[in-house]
Design a protein around this ligand. Structure first.
Ligand code: SF4
Length: 346
């Protein structure tokens, strides 16, 4: 008989499973802790559950994580994982090592492929396969911790494949499990949702009370140019988008991060820096600048380090906090915008 995968189940789901067997809710908490905190996925070794209960669980359910079908390590320590799910769809997760801070960030996917088609992004060219389930999202940090232990990463960012706010419910439920003290116990402040600019999703996040951080891929200082590289900008223009972001900063009492990819001779001029500074004025924020990582079939030139520094100097102190982010994992196509789910690496 085909068994059901319990990975991604919430505490309440586990309570229902246990109620089915006539068991009390504390049994659900035990099972939940085994799976998410202790990373034990074989019912037979869950020593504080009665033997007959383990047997009944075994007959009806299983716990399966995404399967690592390929992994690749960059010269800078960044590691990319190609993960396959039970229906053979794939997504990528990237473990990014930050030289300066020594911290490790796990970049997660929320969808297999992406429907938004940003012109600078390999995932966009891949097209959209489907939303990931809660289990497939929470399965990513579980797989990485299973490899490298509880200290495998310090921060989590939804910046891999897909637009997290278009898979809102699954992402937020996965975050609930990730932040739960009986779950993966990752502080909400260490988790960032990065969006291409889905205004209703940002409003929903602001209203949710969630303590996660927010990053917005801005990438151009006006609607016209934003639309040429990010089709979603046609649906959600900057005025409404930034109003939603401002509301989020007020409700959360935190800075938002604006990501700004610099494309040479497109959005990196002196006037662009001034327009960008004016655009974000009054919004508590920091701006991360990142040089474009060229992709196969993409257009545009990567600016030189000097051009990026010049832009940063024009921007600061007109904008309150400006950071130039180094691309990590470019040699293995793991840098921002390069995730294409190619199976050709081992
Ligand atoms: S940048 Fe993000 S939103 Fe845009 S196509 Fe790539 S994955 Fe999708």
């Amino acid at each position: 008989m085909k068994t059901i995968n319990l990975c991604g189940c919430t505490r309440q789901d586990f309570e229902r499973v246990m109620a089915e067997f006539g068991e009390k809710p504390f049994r659900a908490r035990q099972l939940y802790k085994w799976v998410y905190k202790n990373r034990v996925f074989d019912f037979r070794t869950m020593s504080d559950l009665r033997k007959d209960l383990r047997q009944r669980l075994q007959e009806k359910y299983h716990i399966a994580l995404p399967h690592i079908v390929a992994r690749q390590k960059s010269a800078d320590g960044t590691e990319k994982f190609l993960l396959e799910f039970e229906d053979k769809n794939v997504a990528e997760a990237v473990l990014i090592a930050d030289d300066a801070s020594g911290r490790l960030t796990l970049c997660l996917s929320s969808q297999s492929g992406c429907p938004l088609g940003c012109t600078f992004c390999a995932t966009g060219y891949l097209g959209f396969k489907r939303n990931l389930t809660v289990g497939e999202i929470v399965g990513q940090p579980l797989v990485i911790r299973d490899l490298y232990g509880d200290e495998a990463f310090d921060n989590v960012v939804f910046m891999g494949m897909g637009e997290p706010l278009l898979n809102y419910d699954a992402v937020m439920t996965a975050i609930d499990i990730m932040t739960d003290s009986l779950g993966l116990m990752i502080g909400a402040r260490k988790i960032t949702i990065s969006t291409a600019g889905v205004t209703p999703g940002i409003k929903k996040l602001a209203a949710s009370g969630s303590k996660v951080n927010l990053a917005l891929s801005l990438n151009a200082p006006d609607d016209v140019r934003r639309r040429t590289i990010m089709p979603i900008a046609g649906k959600y223009p900057l005025a409404g988008l930034l109003a939603a972001v401002r509301t989020w900063t007020e409700v959360r009492k935190r800075r938002v991060t604006f990501e700004y990819i610099l494309f040479a001779d497109f959005n990196d001029g002196e006037q662009d820096a001034l327009t960008l500074a004016a655009l974000v004025r009054g919004i508590p924020c920091k701006i991360n600048l990142l040089a474009y990582n060229p992709i196969e079939g993409g257009v545009g030139r990567r600016p030189t380090d000097e051009e990026v520094d010049r832009f940063a100097q024009r921007l600061y102190p007109r904008a309150p906090a400006v950071t130039v982010r180094k691309s990590r994992g470019r040699d293995i196509d793991a840098a921002c915008g390069q995730l294409a789910g190619k199976k050709g690496y081992l």
